[in-house]
Design a protein around this ligand. Structure first.
Ligand SMILES: [Zn+2]
Length: 234
């Protein structure tokens, strides 16, 4: 290994070590039920209602058992989201680290109003469907995925399945299959983040109409094209 490669390896290793243990870098911390929340801003008591709603969403899945601690890091400063989100992106809603730490990062949040704060000049798409508690439940569902089906499933299974699973649970049952199918046929679910609604629709179809189980889906998932053909022929 050359000196440059060695230096690069050391840098990556140092980065992974730092982002794996973010606790000391977040000044504020609260514990509520099976949640531990860290933030770079004071955490108001209204966090309880937000977490209760995230739990309500998670409980719509029979896979959810509150026997694990959900670790949330709220990154109000954009650089924190950029750095700790591990995607070097200041616009993302949140992220879940499924391989190693099972930590969740969430973007800047207005906890009292159960909403995320968007960067200047950007509006949140489908804000009525996506309060802060949705973002928390969506990311926690990715951790649930990692616990139920394996830490590497996000890498080894198709994106439509992982993101559909997280949205299926994150939306907590707020889903009108007929209305979504109409939007799908109109091509209104073809762009991000609406693609997640399409993935949700595909899973709803496979589970409720085709009787498939999560275990079957994560063991041998059909391709996105296959499911879309089935949906088109419906
Ligand atoms: Zn996701």
């Amino acid at each position: 290994m050359g000196r440059l490669a060695l230096g690069l390896f050391a840098l990556v290793a140092a980065y992974v070590a730092i982002v794996s243990f973010p606790q000391p870098m977040f000044a504020h911390h609260v514990r509520y039920q099976n949640y531990e929340v860290w933030s770079d801003e004071p955490i108001p008591d209204s966090i309880a209602a937000v977490l209760d709603d995230a739990t309500r969403r998670l409980k719509t899945s029979e896979l959810y058992k509150p026997d694990w601690t959900i670790k949330l890091f709220i990154c109000n400063a954009p650089w924190r989201l950029w750095f700790y989100g591990m995607r070097f992106d200041t616009t993302m809603g949140g992220g879940a680290e499924m391989l190693l730490t099972r930590n969740i990062v969430i973007r800047s949040a207005d906890i009292a109003n159960n909403t995320v704060r968007m960067p200047q000049g950007r509006r949140l798409v489908d804000a009525d469907l996506r309060p802060l508690s949705y973002f928390i439940a969506h990311e926690a569902a990715h951790i649930l995925q990692s616990r139920a089906f394996g830490r590497t499933t996000y890498i080894t299974k198709p994106v439509w399945l992982s993101e559909g699973f997280a949205d299926y649970i994150g939306k907590g049952g707020q889903f009108d299959a007929a209305a979504e199918h109409k939007l799908y046929q109109m091509g209104a679910l073809n762009w991000y983040p609406r693609t997640y609604r399409r993935y949700h629709l595909m899973l709803d179809f496979l589970i409720r109409e085709k009787g498939m189980t999560w275990q079957e889906l994560f063991t041998d998932p059909p391709s996105e094209e296959t499911v879309r053909r089935m949906l088109d022929a419906r």
